[in-house]
Design a protein around this ligand. Structure first.
Ligand code: PLP
Length: 403
């Protein structure tokens, strides 16, 4: 998407709203203002819109509408899934398994559970960022109530074998939750065939509005609320519904479902072209994460010998009119810190400081990709020259064995 001549390649941080989503939301920001809990016509109109959006959201996952709980974000969905499941099953003698590369909204919630006495196990990925099913088998215990592994990692883009992980969790009598915030609307899901109990998603990652998310809760799964109040959303998320946001989420989910196959193949083609061309033109760059099992539009690049330059490179590219990110958006506040995701994947301290994330979306074009490919080697080389002048030749780390 080129706005004022600028290219936006940071869709894993957030996506621009699809104009069709904006149009769908518009009446609910103005004339249709009722509270969905009210009995009068204005309330009933709002209720009908919320229930339509619930159906649209359920359809994205092959779920039933009553299995969708609207929340305020992906973060809130993750909190509700983890805390709600532990609260419902009892805090005593409780063991939870997650991975060391989850988003902070899962990891920090797990740390909270630990402070409340829950035993936690953090699975380490392999060098491609994959959580191997055998590793899960080794750490399951009779007390394991919940396993939570993200569908796709936000930093490296690797897609996890969640079907297999969920089956293993179930065989051991544990529930399975997946944080699908990065994957929902980008890769197909069908909860009729996937033994997932809980799934988190967020509208702003699929060309919907910010500040609205959903949690899929399989029928029969017991969950306790985290937010208490008037009993909306089957008592699991009290608060007057964000009607316009929910309508936006529903519309974004429907568009993603209808356009997923075409969009994914277009993004994969552009992504592969970027990976292959950068390997030739930016010879110190290497792909981080799995080569094929990755989100359609996601690239994570390491830059051998330029690890300390990732932030400068993001700023220099921004100056040149391209928005990309270093690591994840959440880590932008921790500029220069090594990425805990790359550390968990076995990267040393130097290499885990220097990744660049390029994430494509619905409105990106081949022309933008070509423009980026022309621009990138020159911008990277200009930074290298500055560094070399200041500190002598950069020490080349070489690509890691697993890259
Ligand atoms: N989980 C993952 C994997 C994410 O990438 C993000 C956002 O970056 C979240 C959860 C949080 O979602 P939200 O921004 O809606 O709170």
């Amino acid at each position: 998407m080129t706005v004022n001549g600028r290219i936006y390649f940071d869709h894993s941080a957030t996506t621009p709203m699809d104009p069709r989503v904006v149009s769908a939301m518009h009446p609910f920001l103005a004339e249709v203002f009722g509270n969905p809990s009210s009995l009068h016509r204005a309330g009933r109109e709002a209720r009908a819109a919320v229930e339509h959006a619930r159906q649209q959201t359920a359809d994205l996952f092959g779920a039933r509408p009553e299995e969708i709980i609207f929340t305020g974000s992906g973060t809130e969905s993750n909190n509700l899934a983890l805390i709600g499941a532990v609260e419902a099953s009892g805090w005593q003698n409780c063991h939870v398994i997650t991975s060391a590369i989850e988003h902070p909204s899962v990891l920090e919630t797990c740390r909270y559970l630990e402070r409340r006495g829950v035993a936690l196990t953090y699975l380490l990925p392999n060098g491609d960022g994959l959580i191997l099913p055998d590793e899960l088998r080794k750490v399951l215990r009779p007390a394991t109530r919940l396993v939570s592994v993200m569908t796709a990692n936000n930093v490296v883009g690797t897609l996890q074998p969640i079907g297999e992980l969920a089956r293993i969790a179930h065989e051991a009598g544990a529930l399975f939750h997946t944080d699908a915030v990065q994957a929902a609307g980008k890769v197909p899901f069908n909860v009729e065939n996937l033994p997932i109990d809980l799934l988190s998603m967020s509208a702003h990652k699929l060309h919907g509005p910010k500040g609205v998310g959903a949690l899929y809760v399989r029928s029969g799964i017991k969950l306790e609320p985290v937010i208490h109040g008037g009993g909306q959303e089957r008592g699991l998320r009290s608060a007057t519904e964000n009607v316009a946001g929910i309508v936006g989420l529903g519309c974004a989910a429907e568009l993603a479902r209808a356009e997923m196959a075409d969009e994914a193949s277009r993004l994969v083609q552009m992504r592969n072209h970027l990976i292959e061309t950068l390997a030739q033109t930016a010879s110190n760059s290497y792909l981080i994460g799995h080569r094929y099992r990755r989100l359609p539009g996601h690239i994570c690049l390491g830059l051998a010998g330029q690890e300390g330059e990732a932030i400068k490179l993001v700023l220099a590219l921004d100056e040149a009119g391209v928005a990309v990110s270093s690591g994840s958006a959440c880590s932008a506040q921790h500029v220069g810190d090594p990425s805990y995701v790359l550390r968990a994947m076995g990267f040393d301290l130097i290499r885990s400081r220097g990744s660049l994330r390029i994430s494509l979306g619905r409105f990106n074009t081949q022309e933008e990709v070509e423009r980026f490919l022309t621009l990138f080697p020159a911008v990277a080389a200009s930074l290298r020259q500055i560094t070399t002048r200041r500190s002598g030749p950069a020490v080349t780390q070489g690509a890691p064995a697993y890259a």
